[in-house]
Design a protein around this ligand. Sequence first.
Ligand code: FMN
Length: 343
Amino acid sequence: MNRALPWFQDCFPLYLAPMAGVSDKIFRQLCKEHGADVLTTEFVSAEGIFRRNERTREYLDFDEIERPIGVQLFGANAEHMAEAAKQVVDWVQPDFVDLNFGCPVNKVVSKNGGSALLKDCPTLASVASAVVRAIAPLPTTAKIRIGWDADSVNAVRVAEILGDAGIAALTVHGRTRAQGYSGAADWNVIGEVAAAASIPVIGNGDLGSANDVAKRRSETGIAGAMIGRAAMSAPWIFRETKTYLATRESVDPPTLGERWKLILRHCELIVQEWGAEEPAIRSMRARLMAYSKSMPEAKRLREKFSQVSTLAEVKIIAEENILNEENRNEGEARIQIPVFLGS
Ligand SMILES: Cc1cc2nc3c(=O)[nH]c(=O)nc-3n(C[C@H](O)[C@H](O)[C@H](O)COP(=O)(O)O)c2cc1C
């Protein structure tokens, strides 16, 4: 039994990916309601923890209902990372701390953080062991990319180093830093890591359906799966995947009405959280665009979403979209009848 991470006990946990600007408390809770097993905060800078700024505090905020939840930290200085991890544990008592060794953005890698540490294994090892020691027995996990670039894919070696450092589980996003989000995740490398590693490996990258998860699981022997962008347009992917893994039966996706109910609830919760409707709904524009991917008239919806500022406007768009879909279905039914009668 994995005492440190009991959610691997006889289970194949589904993680919501940490996503800066996306996986806030409200979205995490919506995903949990829709079947996500394990949540992680957006990444938090170890240096921000020292400064104890308001924004950092917000990133660390979660509700009890979100457990098991991890706080993700990034930074390149072992001592600071260990101290920041201890402070986080004192403040909010997460179920684990996750170390970000995968972030590709310049602002982070230029300070030797995120995926830059894939090129500097001694520092990576010292950061990992310092944090493991600082917060033990609370588990420390890590998230990596498969390497810095195509010529330096070293995920198997990095997994070994992290296992030796006492990391309890490892998420592997199957892209290099150089790829950013382009190209496809390399599930062969993820499979190699899963086969070689002494710790549970969570596979991540381009999982877009229950079927994808089942296929990658059987091909690679991963211990769990992490879903990011697909959950932004379809948070119900977790429930669908769980049902499919348990029964091999596909569940019907939510109806259009049910999707809109979820979207409107997301908007209402954000308005409540912000306490100011217009900035809250404007902050939802990108999120609404992501939802539109799973909706009819996606292009038109995107145009409308790029302008919304109030809940009332979102509701009008919802009503129109549902009505148009009903009309289209009726129209199709009318067209189909004569075809059917004539055949
Ligand atoms: C908007 C956005 C923000 C992200 N922020 C983080 C982050 O804070 N920490 C992290 O480890 N990965 C972050 N990622 C990467 C995701 O966790 C995940 O590894 C990646 O999106 C691939 O998974 P997917 O194909 O299921 O989306 C982010 C990705 C996106 C799209």
